[in-house]
Write a protein that binds this ligand. Structure first.
Ligand code: NCD
Length: 322
């Protein structure tokens, strides 16, 4: 296997990364990308490198940050579609495999793929000599989001070992939760509280993985029960685009999965609130945004936002991969 990216050819699943590579290679490179951006360094380390961006499914941050990261490092996006399901021959019934094989024939250095079905990235990788980056596959995984989430946690809390985290919302379909939970399996003493209504619980395969990797986890329906215990709140959206029915997050029969002033009052002073975004009704924004613990969208002084971490991690990933 090639050594350049922690021994990986494709980026498909969070559990494939090693802790050592994350801490000793990826995070320092990400810090370097931040420093480089702040300095306004216009060097072009990826000059001549080509990226194809294929998105089946809605995206702002993932798509924009990969494109901007590539261009900022001097690389090119040689082909992209607004929605590959509608604007490529997939609309005529062409398979994902034939689409990827065709693009391999034309050539590129990396393909960033968002797909609307779980397993899409693995199907693409099976027919691709060009590295595939899984930019989210249905209710499966979103490994680069999880790497950025982990980076932001390390930045704010200065540690990952021993943290307590509440992962809240649609845990069944939320792919960022799946990938982040897998990453915690690489660290020591992490405690996870999975907070969701009964019908949207975390899947058994992830629980088995966590058991095997000695990660303690608990399940509850009410974020108020755990709010005073956690260092990180990881709030997520109801995945309506993947088929989850919207539900009232404060209706007692569903439990309680909103972050509002009441939760802020219970929370530790030095905790942080994360959300992979987009945010709909699961955070009361008028109450929570002004709080210094809210670091999901906007950078506050030297408190880097999770969104900002996204551009640096994707610059680091592309640099290391290419
Ligand atoms: C997430 C995704 O697409 O999985 N968004 C993102 O990439 N930051 C989360 C979501 O859509 O809820």
């Amino acid at each position: 296997m090639e050594k350049r990216f922690g021994g990986l050819k494709h980026i498909l699943r969070a559990q494939d990364f090693s802790r050592k590579w994350i801490e000793e290679v990826l995070f320092p490179k990400t810090d370097e990308m931040e420093a480089r951006t702040l300095k306004g360094d216009r060097g072009q380390p990826l000059f001549g490198k080509e990226m194809i961006s294929l998105f089946a499914g809605e995206s702002l941050r993932t798509r924009a940050s990969f494109n901007i990261a590539m261009k900022r490092l001097g690389g090119e996006i040689t082909f992209e579609t607004e929605d590959v399901r509608k604007f490529s021959s997939m609309a005529k019934g062409e398979s994902l495999e034939d689409t990827i094989i065709t693009l391999n024939e034309y050539g590129a250095d990396v393909i960033v793929l968002r797909y609307d079905e779980e397993g899409g990235a693995e199907r693409a990788a099976a027919v691709s000599d060009i590295p595939i980056i899984n930019a989210g596959d249905g209710g499966g995984q979103h490994p680069t989001q999880a790497l950025l989430d982990l980076y932001v946690i390390q930045k704010h809390l200065n540690r990952i070992d021993g943290i307590s985290i509440a992962m809240i919302g649609d845990l069944e379909k939320g792919r960022t939760v799946h990938s982040l939970a897998y990453l915690f399996g690489k660290f020591d003493g992490v405690k996870i509280y999975f907070v969701s209504p009964d019908n949207l619980k975390i899947k058994p395969d992830i629980k088995e993985y966590l058991n095997r990797h000695n990660v303690r986890f608990f399940e509850t329906k009410d974020v108020r029960e755990v709010a005073s215990k956690v260092d990180v709140f990881y709030q997520t959206r109801t995945q309506t685009n993947l088929g989850t029915k919207p539900f009232d997050r404060a209706d007692e029969k569903n439990g309680f999965t909103v972050i509002n002033k009441q939760i802020l009052d219970l929370a530790k002073k030095d905790s942080i609130i994360l959300h992979p975004l987009p945010c709909t009704d699961e955070i009361v924004r008028s109450e929570v945004d002004p709080d210094r613990r809210a670091v999901y969208i906007k950078t506050k002084g030297d408190r880097m936002s999770q969104v900002k971490g996204g551009i640096y991690i994707r610059m680091a990933i592309l640099w290391l991969l290419l």
